[in-house]
Design a protein around this ligand. Sequence first.
Ligand SMILES: C[S@@+](CC[C@H](N)C(=O)[O-])C[C@H]1O[C@@H](n2cnc3c(N)ncnc32)[C@H](O)[C@@H]1O
Length: 668
Amino acid sequence: MNDAGFGNNTSKRIKINQRRYLGSKTKLLKFIEEILDEEKADCKVFADIFGGTGVVAHHFYDRADVIVNDILQSSYQSYIAYFGKARIRQSFLDKKIEEYNTLGSEKITENYFSINFSNTYFDRENSLKIGAIREDIETQYKNGNINDRERAYLITSLIYALDRIANTVGHYDAYRKVDIPKRALVLQPLDIKSSKSKSTIYNQDANELVRHIKSDIVYIDPPYNSRQYSDAYHLLENIAEWKKEPVHGVAKKIDRTHLKSKYSLKTAGEAFSDLIDKIDAKYILVSYNDMGKSGDARSQSRITDHEIISALERRGNVKIYEKLFKQFTTGKSSKDDLKERVFFCRIGKKIQKKSVSIPKSKNEDTREFVKSPLNYTGGKHKLLPQISRFIPDDIDTFYDVFCGGANVGINAKSKSIVCIDKDKNVIDLHNLISSTNFDKLHQDILAIIDRFGLSHSYLEGYEVYGAESSKGLGSFNKDKYLLLREEYSNTKQSTEKTTLLLVLIMYAFNNQIRFNSKGDFNLPVGKRDYNGSSRRNLAAFNKAAKEKSIKFVVGDFKDMKKTNLNKGDFVYLDPPYLLGLASYNESGGWDEVQEKELYSVLDNLNERGIRFALSNVTEHKGQSNDILKHWVKRGGYNLNKLDYHYKNSNYQSKAKHNSSVEVLVTNY
Ligand SMILES: C[S@@+](CC[C@H](N)C(=O)[O-])C[C@H]1O[C@@H](n2cnc3c(N)ncnc32)[C@H](O)[C@@H]1O
């Protein structure tokens, strides 16, 4: 059963793919190649960062420089052998292999391997041999008789040989309790493909690695489920490392703490998200099978499709390729025909999915806009492609007055940006989000979620919380949310308080920010939690703020009269609308008096030669803002109508019903 068909023919060389390995992609190579062809992806450097056997990197080695990595030492040794550039003496190695194959076990003394493994995965005779051969390789190396690559070559040859005769079903979680059939241990020379391409070999955690490599293509093939590769292949690690450590349990495992993969833990989604964010490449390819609820618990996927797609979509456009693929599985849940998927991400500008149906004009701004993590009724994210058509390119400082979530400010292209709001809570939130290191902020949020036992659908999915679609996560979170809200109101002004507020908003009704007249946050629990899109928005906002010169300040629109502005500056304003489009009490009692004060500020800016753009509605539900219309006429300003009809049908019907006319008033 374990015979891979080599027989005893030592002249036959072992190819890199002649090894059984969980999740090996030998049968998927053509498919991967077809995807890259289809995508016309140029590939001068190919990185295989969860390399396993290394077959994927090896496939591209004749046409591209390769980077190949795995956390396992047994894989790493085979990379040194198959991809290394150090000189090897083939005839010397052939002789060594011949010598090993003719070793008579009767002359071999008891050794580390025979003591620990006789009559488990191997019979006594083969255990004695394996121990003696591995010890000899180490002695040859220590004495300077062989170099690193020759050592790796012999170790790899030994690993491939012993793996073929092991008394297992393909991995080392257990051995079969039977009389071990007699099988000869036959080492064979390796079939090493010479290539002019460069190769760089690593043995590290993939998340660490991507922080310091650059490649055209990064291929990601992580473990899919909770089965740790270091558990399945501990014996091969033991041989590769040869630290001769004590072994434990019936399966005789060495200590594998240092080899544990995050990708087999519950936090796999987070590790994946971090990995994708840190990649420096043109294309990312991800192999991943979401087995859903099929199979046994151990075979269920650790990362959801949603997590994969949302992480990749942060970096560029994503396509999913599917193929029926016979997978090597060892457990009971073996599915012959798995649908193997490869996610292809072209890094770069992403095409807006929910595009706004304004007529194409050469001025249309097709950038991907950052979406604020703070949700405001009337937030301008959806209108940004249209608003930005009217924003000049030559702005020194861009002022976003009544900034709220700061959707407009954060997307400004000017040299510097100032976002102003009179609500100190909002400004505190912006300062927290934009000045904290994202990983820290993320961890702080998770700590609060954990402390209050709030839902974490991003990791756990919705079902575990008994979430029904109408109520979402509300029923599950309600009590915990109220405790969080109470703690928030009892906490003194501090960064900690602002972080509590940020979490509160994520779990609050419609993710909004609302304080009552006593200053208490008074929204009830909402349907959602710190999910994929809130993470994405938070991360994108944090990144954009760090890349720009942006300030968030507490202030009143009336201060703009006194603010020292230059001709190159620009003021955008999004005040509460007099025609109550939003019933939000962020309006702070907006009335005609305030409306007129606002016009006076704008007239003042106009007299000083400062450009402004004002968002507003002229009509809403049959009402008309005549004060606005008269002021526009009197001042000779431009009333630019924005199209409020979105492709999203729900939005469209609402817009029709409301029959609002959204405008942008400009003085230029
Ligand atoms: C699905 S297998 C890859 C199979 C490989 N593509 C092949 O065809 O042989 C996943 C590999 O990822 C490795 N791995 C797991 N976690 C890792 C991590 N954090 N960094 C690097 N490698 C990791 C495992 O040791 C395992 O070899």
